[in-house]
Design a protein around this ligand. Structure first.
Ligand code: ZN
Length: 106
């Protein structure tokens, strides 16, 4: 089974655990919220094909995502859809709903 190591506690999370903890796709900066079910730490993560980047967002004339730790995850991929970000991690797929555009201040 594919898995990913939590940047906060180094626990090995299954695809299901990782996707269960993922929510709130912020389309404008292309990241989403991730809360680890083991250590309860919250991160902002960017998911790209084959890679997950743990980081944070900041405002500098607009919101930006600052990636800190890129992790190679060959089994992962993300596809933007009208309803949200469809994340596929190995055999598991989840539609992560997008944040409302006005939901977060810059
Ligand atoms: Zn953790």
């Amino acid at each position: 089974m594919p898995e990913i190591v939590c940047y906060g506690c180094s626990a090995r999370l299954s695809a299901q655990e990782f996707l269960d903890g993922s929510s709130a796709w912020w389309e404008r900066v292309d990241c989403l919220q991730f809360r680890c079910c083991r250590c309860a730490a919250t991160f902002e993560v960017r998911i790209e094909s084959g890679q997950v980047t743990f980081g944070y967002t900041y405002a500098a004339g607009g919101p930006h995502f600052a990636g800190m730790v890129p992790i190679s995850v060959p089994e992962i991929g993300a596809r933007p859809l009208e309803q949200g970000l469809q994340v596929t991690f190995g055999p598991v797929t989840k539609l992560v709903e997008r944040l409302p555009q006005s939901d977060r201040a810059t």
